[in-house]
Design a protein around this ligand. Structure first.
Ligand code: MBD
Ligand code: FE
Length: 294
């Protein structure tokens, strides 16, 4: 193993490559780019990477670009961001509420809005009927009238509308927004989703295979929750009896996010309350990541 990265010529190279010797440019970005480049240099040396490996990595990252939305959760960065945000909230004395967890890449802006309750399914889907009820409330347990929950999930094959390789999902099938009334309650009538598997042979699937991992998620239902004066919440419930519930390739399962399922007359029922934290106690609005709008 060589170790030239700490040497003066390479440290000078890093300074120049990241524009530290230039007046123009973005100071914060320069600092980040310098650290990033130094890590890359260090990794190349530490693992004795060959030219072919370096260019192979460039090619992989280039071809994989359209799957970065899957790669980020797959390698744990999206979950890590949740843990960082948790730690920042905690540090500021602003912890609590329903745990956040990853959004994933499959949200679509523009779902139909209804009051209090919604039937999610537009497609005929021969699956188990599922009813999810809950209350949007604050830390004191008071309901939050006017709060909006935005819900999305896969169909019984694990496919989402707008991302369905078979194109059988109607636009906004299994995507709804619900505005809650004075009691804070929402009721979702839908069909039990299946877990999600990354496109076979795609970049993420390939990377996971090379890491000796699988590329699948347990069945889950995504939520955004927003109320005036409260911190935005991005979360999910994972279906507790899915075999992958604690083996999610995207690390989305967290304590408190796999609520009990009860079954009555062939209908599965889940109770899931969304507890929001006062935004005078927190940073968070929803991230401005790129999203599909339809
Ligand atoms: C999903 O449905 C998802 O929620 C995540 C995080 C990654 C891939 C597919
Ligand atoms: Fe998902």
């Amino acid at each position: 193993m060589t170790n030239i990265t700490p040497s003066k010529p390479i440290q000078d190279l890093l300074d120049r490559a990241s524009g530290l010797d230039q007046k123009e440019g973005d100071t914060r970005l320069k600092a980040v780019v310098r650290d990033l480049l130094e890590q890359v240099f260090h990794i190349i040396e530490r693992h004795d990477l060959t030219e072919d490996e370096v260019w192979g990595a460039v090619s992989f990252l280039g071809k994989g670009a359209e799957e970065y939305g899957l790669m980020m959760p797959g390698v744990g960065i999206e979950h890590f961001m949740d843990l960082v945000l948790d730690a920042r909230d905690e540090e500021a004395g602003m912890g609590g509420g329903t745990p956040r967890t990853i959004e994933g890449p499959l949200y679509v802006e523009g779902a139909p809005l209804s009051e209090g309750s919604a039937t999610m399914s537009d497609n005929e889907d021969e699956g188990e009927r599922l009813i999810i009820t809950g209350v949007v409330k604050n830390e004191a347990g008071d309901p939050l009238p006017g709060a909006v929950v935005d819900v999305w999930h896969a169909d019984t094959r694990g496919f989402y509308s707008h991302f369905d390789p078979t194109e059988q999902n109607a636009p906004f099938n299994n995507r709804r927004k619900i505005r809650v009334g004075d009691d804070g309650r929402f009721e979702i009538t839908t069909i039990m989703p299946s877990g999600y598997a990354c496109p076979p042979g795609g970049s993420t699937d390939t990377l996971m295979t090379l890491l000796g991992r699988h590329a699948a998620r347990p069945a889950h239902v995504h939520f955004f929750a927003d109320a005036e004066g409260y911190r935005h919440l991005t979360t999910q419930i994972n279906i507790a009896d899915d075999p992958l519930v604690n083996d999610d390739f995207a690390f989305g399962t967290r304590d408190g996010l796999a609520p009990e399922i009860t079954r009555e007359d062939g209908v599965a029922k889940i109770r899931f309350d969304l507890e929001l934290v006062s935004s005078t106690k927190g940073s968070g609005e929803r991230s401005h990541r790129e999203r599909l709008t339809a």
